[in-house]
Design a protein around this ligand. Sequence first.
Ligand code: FO1
Length: 318
Amino acid sequence: MRVTLLGGGIGCSRLAVPLAAALGPGELALVVNTGDDLWRHGLRICPDLDTNLYALSGLQDHQRGWGLAGDSFRTMDQLRLLGVDAWFNLGDLDLATHLLRTSMLRDGASLSEVTAQLTHALEIGVTLLPATDDEVATRVGTGAGELSFQEYFVRHQAADEVLGVRYEGSARASPAPGVLEAIAEADLVVLGPSNPLASLGPILAVPGVREALEDRQSAGATTVAVTPVVAGVPIHAEGEARRARCRAAMMASIGLDHRASAVGGILAGLADVFVVDRADSTEVPALAALGYRVIEADTIVSDPQRGSVLAAAVLRYM
Ligand code: FO1
């Protein structure tokens, strides 16, 4: 069995872990967003790749949803002491990943090759693929000017109104080796519960990826989209609230409400099954009108049990 999951960081990793647990080694491939990637302190940081890498290896800090469990931030403190504006927090252990990646890139390796080395070293049993080896940067237009994704999301805490989102470099980018095959040859493709504009958008902007998903639809192969939006459940955690604020602001920038059916509209033509949260059952008619076969499930993966139930619901379409 071959399953390919496309998505970004935290939301995608919460589905990737139970999918990997339900499948055999080598049966799951992840095509991961690289539009959030950045150069910081001379290092290449790939937050979404690393979030999935750490989640699948069991090393992730579950509280934060990113970085390594038990990490410390003494290097950042020291940088601040030296007068550096260290607003993007790189953990002392996490730095090893960025040092290895940056040195391999500087020696001529591609991001795919670096990622293969990391996944091999951490024995995750999942094929982790960057969407592209080329630098594609999500740029967020705001009243404070155009920002990189991390400047908008971390430095500005997703507080600005979003005027537009673009994917710099995407027109010249190529899919990373294995990406188009992973989409074309999978028994099942899953569009993960990720921000449709910040996480899926940069993947779909790489020439060839959208077409590969459309080709699956024409051929009658199944693609399941899982909603990242659950409007019917109140959000308490600040991290979740910021992610929702970011999604809502980006969707508003193209005139859309922050609701599951609006995500369905963005992904129309790319998936035939849409998983909506049970708390958002009022969205079902609008999603059905878009042509989806709509499934209601508990999509908030707050513990492993809920993760395995959601993974089983998705894998039913294989
Ligand atoms: N998120 C934050 O809110 N603050 C940070 O300082 C931060 C640092 C960071 C470092 C490495 C990494 O892999 C992820 C990091 N994140 C941080 C998470 C990241 O900003 C986002 O969650 C993703 O880019 C969105 O998917």
